[in-house]
Ligand binder design. Sequence first.
Ligand SMILES: [Zn+2]
Length: 725
Amino acid sequence: MQEVINLHLAENGIKTLYTEISKATMDQEKCFILCLRYLDVIERLCKLGDRNFVTIKYSHEVSRIQDKVKTLKPILEQRYEQDRHKKQKEHIIPTRPTVPTPITENYSLFAGEYISVKQLYKAINENLNVLIIDIRPTGEYSQSKILFKNIINVPEDILVPGLSANVIEKKLEGDAQTIWHKRDSYLILVFLDWNSSSENVPCSKLNFVRASVTEWDILRNYKQPPVILNGGFKEFLDSYPSLVTNVHVNFIRHNEDIDELLELEDITYPAENAQVMQLKQFTIQELEDSVNIPDSDEDMEVTSKESDSSETNESANTSENDSDMILPKVTNKGSTIDKPSLNVSKEESLSQIKNKIEEERIKLLNEARNKKNKILGGKEDFKKGSQGDAFDPPPVRRETKPRRQIVAFGGWCGLVNLKNTCYMNTVLQCLKCIPIIRNILHSNFAHYITRRPPQVINEFAVVIRALSDGTEYDKKIFRPNSFYDKICKLDPIYKKGHHEDCMEFFLFLFNHLNDDCACDLKKKSIMIEREKSWYGHLQGRTSFWVDLFYHQFQCTKVCQVCDLKADSYETDNTLMLSVPYRPGLRSVNLKQLIDEYMEDNQILDYKCSRCHQMKVTNRRSVVVEPEILVIVLKRYYQDEYQETRKNNICVNFDLSFKFGGSRYKLYSVAQHRGTMDHGHYYGHGIVQDNVWVEFNDERIKKFEKDWDSIRGSACAFFYCKEKNY
Ligand SMILES: [Zn+2]
């Protein structure tokens, strides 16, 4: 099938090329290039189809084209040689001294089609004779570029497919033209754009400029094939800010290539006043808040009254009047909902825990003060411990003292796509729409933390807090750099910048958030079945994250032939549902999928252990209701060629439905557009004043509840249990 299409396309291409060649007789250069392309297409066609057939069909045309190439080549070579002499006579270009380095080492430095920012940094540092070609728009290039002598701007708006290096030269001016002219005198050419990477180059203009050298510049002798800077200017700027002309780059680029592919034309761009938040200031302010400074007129000294954590918590609770900010009734010591009767180990006495928390609190406070002091220009280093503080009161003036703020939830904040991180951004946005998660992370959550040091919860909280900011008329954009760095540290696979699965990432994040806060479940000597399932699935560890997300089903399997009954339990933090695929099937209802899952009339591939018949039903009932019900849709099926394909069937969903004994309300939905391998994640959720918005990396806009438009792409739903039901 694929080959038939290619053959057809190639044959059409040949026709077009031949017509173009006969028209281009006046422009020898263009004619020559078109001829080479023609021969290349013929060669490809031979590889695809029957070589004999192709040769017979095109033999006449091919011999004419080959003749043309033979005559044109020496003419052009002569012309280029003359041009070069002329230019050298006109202005003698001073050649800059370069540090000679053995060629072999350079080859090993630039193996492959891409180089990392680190390799480029090394090359710049060693003063290697490389030429950097930056294809960002001229405005952005002049605002900030890599600090290096051999760098030119070939703006992307002049780049078109099939462009030759000589035509590029004509379009350039001044120094850029001079440098480009002697392009083959450099050791290697390094191309870059804003976020060039192996993922997006195939559909970017970098491909055209690279091809101009590798395919349309046959008269030049390059020392080695050109390379592309992986991560682009963006990553270089992030990694080596001292090596760019200006670090205060305020333009934000989104992944245009993917949008182009998906034809997302109806997007709103961030408002002009939308600004990237200052991460540093934000974290310090928030860190101080998170160590819970009571809102009183006392000085920032740590007094004995303040160190009493129970009292501080109380004062924090009473100071919050906003109904949205009420602290959730979820604690580490068990939950208010009906969970199996396993108790958290009480080996650590309460006072020990209090002391530990207090120690951590003072440590964090001192760190925050030191950081702040450094920023303010002070050099004073605070002594550790409350005693030191008592003798050395920090020089914080009353009027600038940070106050505990009740943060109003706006929610109009986008997230910068760092490295194809739309999957990560979508999960973060879906989670920030859930009030109970916001409330926990906006309050003092330090007492939940059990892992020292915590791996990701602090960075996660910073993102969730940032995402709570912004209004419809004052949109914000946040760069989740520290969070992403932590994620990459926890699993380097995320560093590669591939398109990852959104819900796989959710489970990964969940596990690490849980590990940051987990304590041991007490193992009873005798456990009933459902306790065993609960304990086993959680591997003996629990936290408030488990209380929020986990459900448990009791499953009763009944054989329809011999009536054998068996009970078992299912414990999980997401409800995975397969979306059925049948030719002709247009849509299904989510509620129906859930009901069918709960009342499974025939388990596939499951044999009765007694009569070995495959007629076993499975009835599930909810034993533990989750606070947050995450439903993941498995949207794939095998086609007739056993290929896995994406299932785009519409899934009708309700904004609220009954599950177990409770009612659940929809707060956010994750979407996936594209195929199994290539696509883009974005989502929808509830923000301020119950308004639905669409979030798509940096962009955030009002969603007019056109539910039909997202039924075919929805891949995960985040429902929350309604309190007053
Ligand atoms: Zn049976």
